[in-house]
Design a protein around this ligand. Structure first.
Ligand code: KG4
Ligand code: ZN
Length: 339
């Protein structure tokens, strides 16, 4: 009998539902919340309300596109955390009550592990999956980690940021330049037209495999402040070069630690995941580096880079195989609890 997993992802500002048949994707619906754009960032209370409005229609469309009925579902997976508590509560409560009504199990999923496991979603393209053990650079809006992945259930964080995440560095740099939220894709687009060597920003010197991005943000801020004193059109005139230069600095920092992690662990199966893995500069640079280092590199499709429920479904599927079900009494967590 086929296994059908319905998954819900509601950790931040996107409401998503997906259906997987085994490891194969049948649907992956996302309702984006445009309400936050004018605030320059996600407003938690507005996010929770929008999830409440969106969740039933999104699930309905996901089931419809998957061409299955709710009675065929084997289990419901949902993001337990980390994320915004109000947002997580909507997805968690929905998953619990829907599963209870259908008399099927629920599966809790960690959002960061799900980003990594998105590499195992199958579709019609026959994309190769990473082989265990592999290293994954998980770069999102709230996290930056190098993870050693031994199996879907066994992962170890071997490097992490001690302050800001890479996505935050993109978003904050964009905000300083007056670009809309989220800033990562804006910088990515502008960078394509700019010279990445135009400006140099100091790379943080952090020991081991850890990252730090807060100093970079501050030096970018001061650099702009000083230049705006001389020319108030400085940002306007140099937007593309500034974007290309800050993006290149972030990428160099990310890849230098990844290189070190590969050297120290002897692992050359390398994956990237999370919203920042959608960045075209990072995708290009890691592909070039992989040729040089003889890595097998795995880059997720764009639709599985940023937040989506398909990744929650695949992570849920692996737990389903282990009969690793959750209790109806469980509550979400907003902060990462480690792996
Ligand atoms: O994984 P994600 O969708 O949500 C979290 O779990 O945080 O990541 C969101 C982050 C944001 O900081 C956003 O600016 C960044 O991913 N991002 C990008 C790009 N697309 C999304 N950063 C750089 N370049 C992109 N193309
Ligand atoms: Zn994410």
């Amino acid at each position: 009998m086929s296994t059908y997993i319905l998954a819900i992802e509601s950790s931040c500002d996107d409401t998503s539902a997906a259906v997987l048949k085994g490891t194969f994707i049948l649907s992956n619906e996302i309702a984006n919340q445009l309400v936050h754009k004018s605030f320059g960032g996600v407003v938690p209370e507005l996010a929770s309300r929008a999830h409440q409005q969106n969740i039933i229609p999104v699930v309905d469309i996901a089931l419809h596109k998957a061409k299955i009925t709710k009675k065929q579902l084997s289990a419901i997976a949902f993001t337990r955390g980390p994320g915004l508590m109000g947002s997580l509560l909507v997805g968690t409560s929905f998953a619990k009550s829907f599963a209870m009504g259908l008399n099927i199990p629920i599966i809790e999923v960690d959002h960061l592990k799900a980003h990594i496991l998105s590499h195992f979603i199958d579709d019609n393209t026959n994309k190769a999956h990473p082989k265990f053990p592999f290293l994954c650079l998980t770069v999102s809006g709230g996290h930056t980690q190098i993870v050693k992945v031994d199996s879907p259930a066994k992962m170890e964080i071997i490097g992490t940021t001690i302050d800001d995440a890479a996505g935050e560095a993109f978003d904050k740099a964009a905000k300083i330049m007056g670009l809309p939220y989220p800033g990562g894709p804006e910088i990515d687009n502008l960078a394509k037209m700019g010279n990445r060597e135009a400006f140099a920003f100091p790379e943080p010197k952090i020991q081991g495999l850890n990252y730090s991005f807060s100093g970079l943000k501050t030096s970018f801020l001061y650099f702009l402040r000083d230049n705006l004193k001389i020319d108030e059109q400085f940002i306007e005139k140099n937007k593309a070069d500034l974007s290309a230069s800050i993006q290149y600095t972030i990428i160099k920092v990310l890849l230098s630690k990844l290189k070190r992690a590969s050297r120290e662990t002897g692992i050359n199966e390398i994956a990237i995941a999370g919203g920042v893995s959608a960045n075209s500069g990072l995708r290009n640079e890691i592909t070039l580096l992989a040729q040089k280092m003889r890595w097998n590199v795995y880059i997720p499709k764009l639709q599985y880079s940023t937040d989506n429920a398909a990744m929650i479904a695949i992570a849920g599927y692996f737990k389903f195989l282990e009969k690793d079900f959750a209790s109806q009494r469980l509550t979400p967590y907003s902060k990462s609890t480690g792996f």
